[in-house]
Design a protein around this ligand. Structure first.
Ligand code: GYE
Length: 312
């Protein structure tokens, strides 16, 4: 009797310890939460797949949440309450993260940022794995200056004015374009990273009689929307109006092949392997680089066939 009571107590104590230790009384599997952004963008689906595939390959249990930023903050709190071992976060916008990141830090759960940066202090997150968005913007700017020979009207389809890659892609682009007084950005508006929204914005510009020689879109999805709008208005995208964007998804390469689009700056969504390698090192207490930058190149009509996978 006494012995079995002792045993029960010992088992209960062990169970509590295991829970407090973040293993959530599971079978010892590593558990990782991924707070992904809900967005109408094929790029993002490819990134989610990359994370899921790598979790599967490593035998890690992945808790996936796909929401807007308010939902992402709630998901992070949920992951913390469940005692996950680590967190991957694709922050929708730059601001609003300090409090929840502090909560993760207090719970000893490392957070690795995937594909976007944020403006919370660096000690609150372990690493950021992304492209260099200002560099992408500069690559686009140089291509535009060259193709327009220093003269022309540009419209800009902005990602999300509060999102890190959109802000930096615009800044990098303007850094180059501002050196060319003959190039004017006549309109700039958000297409919310979405093909459908991008189409609507360009339709409205065309309806209002805005004239432009080139569309610079912060992602391929919005560029494809611009192509839809131009075609519907009887214009020839890729010829009468040049189209350049960022991401290098397969559909953009197909549009270049059809002659409807001119260029796209690569931005890899295949961040699963590096994301988990970094997160697991951080979980292990190892020092990791705070910024891990994936290299990008520009693809246009002249070299798109050289891309190793024909787009993402
Ligand atoms: O370019 C875009 C997506 O954060 C780098 O977000 C990412 C961007 C990507 O919606 O297509």
């Amino acid at each position: 009797m006494k012995r079995s009571l002792l045993l029960t107590m010992a088992l209960l104590l062990l169970g509590t310890m295991a829970f407090a230790n973040g293993q959530a009384a599971d079978d010892g599997k590593i558990v990782v939460g991924f707070a992904q952004i809900k967005e109408d963008s094929p790029w993002r689906t490819t990134e989610t797949n990359s994370v899921q595939q790598e979790a599967e390959r490593l035998g890690i249990e992945l808790k996936l949440s796909v929401t807007d930023q308010a939902g992402q903050i709630a998901a992070l709190r949920d992951f913390i309450a469940q005692g996950v071992d680590g967190i991957l976060l694709a922050p929708q916008t730059r601001s609003g993260w300090d409090e929840v990141l502090q909560e993760a830090k207090d719970a000893n759960i490392p957070v690795v940022l995937l594909d976007r940066g944020l403006d919370a202090p660096e000690h609150l997150w372990a690493a950021q794995i992304s492209s260099d968005f200002a560099f992408e913007g500069r690559l686009a700017g140089e291509w535009v200056a060259d193709r327009l020979q220093g003269n022309g009207k540009v419209v800009e389809l902005f990602g999300d004015p509060a999102a890190d890659p959109a802000i930096l892609r615009s800044e990098g682009f303007m850094e180059i374009i501002s050196q060319y007084p003959g190039i004017e950005v006549v309109e700039s508006k958000t297409g919310e990273w979405s093909q459908d929204k991008g189409r609507q914005v360009v339709e409205a510009w065309l309806a209002a009689g805005v004239e432009f020689d080139l569309v610079y879109a912060h992602n391929d999805g919005m560029a494809l929307g611009a192509i839809d709008a131009l075609k519907a208005a009887g214009k020839k995208p890729g010829q009468e109006v040049l189209i350049i964007s960022v991401d290098a998804i397969k559909a953009a390469f197909e549009a270049i092949e059809r002659g409807e689009m001119n260029a796209t700056v690569e931005c890899s969504p295949l961040l699963g392997p590096m994301g988990f390698a970094t997160l697991m090192a951080a979980m292990d207490g190892q020092a990791v680089d705070q910024y891990i930058i994936t290299p990008d190149s520009l693809y246009d009509e002249s070299n798109y066939k050289d891309h190793p996978t024909g787009g993402f």
